[in-house]
Design a protein around this ligand. Structure first.
Ligand code: ZN
Ligand code: ZN
Length: 452
C-alpha cells in the first residue's frame, strides 16, 4: 500500500513538517512543539497545483485505505489490503482515480489553499460499500488434484490386448487443476482513516467549458456551461482546518507519551491513558498482565465485552463451546465474553490469527495506576477494530457451515471497552508472549504494520 505524504508547517515556529496522511501526531524538530491533530469528519488535503490561478476548482476524491476482511462459503476467512481513491462527484472527467499523482507531489492541508472547493456529492459510505463489494468478490482458488484412471475398467482399454494380468499397469495417473469457488458471506473494512483529497482543475470558459488537469494542463473533460454553473454552485464555503490539542495530560499537565502513528497517548505522570473522541481527550480504562520478565515489550489489545445472541455467544463458556476448544486455563464459564483484538497493525493474515488466539485466551490483567515502561503504541481506535468481530468469530467457530450464513446479521453488542497490555519477551527476530500460551510475532511484522 502506498502512503502519501502531507507537507505542513509548525503552527508555532513555521518550520516545515512532513506527515503521513491520516497522521495525528505533529512533532516539530525545531521548536519541539508537539500537537495532536483532530478533525471533524475526514482530514481534507489537496494536491497543490503548479499553475496558480484564482479560478482553480478543486474536485473532491475520497481516499479509502486499510485492510478488508471477508468470510466466504465454503468456509474460509481472508484479509487483504485495500487502497483506492474515488471521485466524490459524478463528473464526466477522464480522471477516475488520482493514480500516481500524490506520489509525485506531496499533499497539503486544503484549508491553506485558495480556490473553489466543490462539495462531495457521493458519500464515502456508499463508496466504501462498493469497495467492500469489490474486495469481497467471489474468489476462485486453484487446487491440483491427482487422479488415477483405470483404462481397463473405464472401457478405454477394451481394444487393448488382454494378456496382461497385472491390472495396475492399466492405471493412468494424471494431475488435474480444479477450481473451487468461494462466495463472500460477510466483509468488514478496517480503515486507516478515510480522507478527502481535492484535485485542482482549471476551467476554460465558452459555451462548453473545457476542464484542464491543474497539474499537467492536459484536457480532461468538457461540460456545457449551464451544467458547469450548477456544479460549481455546490461549493464548500469553508474548509475547516484540522483542530489541535496540546500533547499534555488533561489531568496532570505532564508531557504525553506517544509515537507518530499513535491514536492514544499515555501519561507517565499520573499513569492515565488518553484517546481522542470528537476533538477531546477521553480517558481509557486499562489493565496490565504482570510479567516476571525484567524487560518485556507490552503490546496493547482492545478488550471488548461482547454479546452476540444470533450466534449464541453470551459468556466465556459459550465461546469455548462455539470454538470447541478449551482455552488455556479453565475460565469461569459464566464470566463475560471478551473479544481481544490488537490495537496495533500487522498484515491481515497474522492480524486474524492474533485475534483468534487472544480471544480464545480471554486474558485477565490487573488494573494499574502506572503505565508500562516499554509499551508499543496504541494505533487503532476501538470503534474501528470492533467492526471485525464477526470475522474473528468466523475464524474461531468450529462448525462453520452452520453459522457462516448468520454472520451478516450477527450485530455484536459491546458492553464495555478497555485496553489490556500483554507482556511479550523481546527476542532478536520476534517477540513471544510471556503468558500461558505460546505465540510469537515477528519483529518485522510489527515494523511493517506501523507503515500499513
Ligand atoms: Zn516548531
Ligand atoms: Zn497525567
Amino acid at each position: 500500500m502506498q502512503t502519501w505524504q502531507v507537507e505542513t508547517q509548525c503552527p508555532q515556529c513555521g518550520a516545515p513538517i512532513t506527515l503521513r496522511e491520516a497522521q495525528h501526531i505533529l512533532n516539530c524538530q525545531y521548536c519541539k512543539t508537539r500537537l495532536y491533530l483532530t478533525s471533524r469528519g475526514p482530514f481534507r488535503y489537496t494536491i497543490p497545483q503548479r499553475r496558480q490561478g484564482e479560478d482553480t476548482v478543486f474536485i473532491p476524491f475520497w481516499r479509502v485505505r486499510g485492510l478488508g476482511f471477508t468470510a466466504y462459503l465454503p468456509p474460509k476467512t481472508q484479509g487483504k489490503p485495500l487502497d483506492k481513491t474515488f471521485m466524490a462527484l459524478d463528473l464526466p472527467l477522464r480522471l477516475y482515480s488520482l493514480g500516481l499523482r500524490p506520489q509525485v507531489s506531496k499533499l497539503v492541508f486544503a484549508n491553506l489553499h485558495q480556490g473553489t472547493f466543490l462539495r462531495p456529492r457521493i458519500g464515502f459510505k456508499h463508496l466504501l460499500a462498493r469497495a467492500e463489494k469489490q474486495a469481497a468478490a467471489p474468489v476462485m482458488e486453484k487446487t491440483r488434484v491427482k487422479r488415477e484412471t483405470n483404462l481397463f475398467l473405464s472401457g478405454l482399454g477394451e481394444n487393448a490386448p488382454f494378456n496382461n494380468s497385472d491390472f495396475s499397469s492399466w492405471n493412468l495417473s494424471e494431475t488435474q487443476t480444479v477450481f473451487k469457488k468461494y462466495e463472500p458471506v460477510f466483509s468488514a473494512f478496517l480503515d486507516d482513516g478515510v480522507n478527502l483529497i481535492y484535485f485542482p482543475v482549471i476551467p476554460e470558459g465558452g459555451k462548453v467549458v473545457r476542464l484542464k488537469d491543474g497539474l499537467t494542463g492536459k484536457l480532461i473533460g468538457r461540460v456545457p456551461e449551464a451544467d458547469w454553473k450548477k456544479i460549481t454552485a455546490r461549493r464548500a464555503t469553508v474548509i475547516p482546518p484540522a483542530g489541535t490539542l496540546p500533547l499534555l495530560c488533561p489531568n496532570c499537565g505532564w508531557d504525553l507519551k506517544c509515537e507518530d502513528e499513535s491514536w492514544a497517548a499515555l501519561c507517565p505522570g499520573c499513569g492515565r491513558l488518553w484517546g481522542v473522541s470528537q476533538g477531546k481527550y477521553v480517558p481509557i480504562p486499562f489493565e496490565i498482565v504482570p510479567s516476571r520478565d525484567p524487560d518485556p515489550l507490552y503490546l496493547p489489545f482492545w478488550k471488548l465485552e461482547t454479546v452476540i445472541p444470533k450466534l449464541g455467544l453470551h459468556t466465556a463458556g459459550d465461546l469455548m463451546k462455539f470454538s470447541n476448544q478449551p482455552g488455556p486455563g479453565t475460565p469461569n464459564p459464566h464470566a463475560p465474553l471478551f473479544t481481544c483484538l490488537p490495537a496495533f497493525k500487522v498484515q491481515p493474515h497474522l492480524f486474524l490469527q492474533i485475534c483468534r488466539v487472544f480471544t480464545l485466551a480471554q486474558p485477565k490483567g490487573q488494573p494499574s495506576g502506572k503505565i508500562p515502561g516499554d509499551a508499543y503504541p496504541v494505533i487503532l481506535p476501538p470503534q474501528k477494530v470492533r467492526k471485525l468481530i464477526p470475522v474473528v468469530m468466523a475464524e474461531i467457530g468450529a462448525i462453520k457451515t452452520g453459522f457462516f450464513p448468520k454472520l451478516p446479521q450477527a450485530n455484536p453488542t459491546i458492553k464495555a471497552v478497555s485496553l489490556i497490555f500483554l507482556p511479550f519477551k523481546k527476542g532478536g527476530y520476534e517477540v513471544s508472549f510471556s503468558g500461558n500460551l505460546t505465540f510469537a510475532i515477528p519483529r518485522n511484522a510489527l515494523k511493517w504494520g506501523k507503515r500499513l
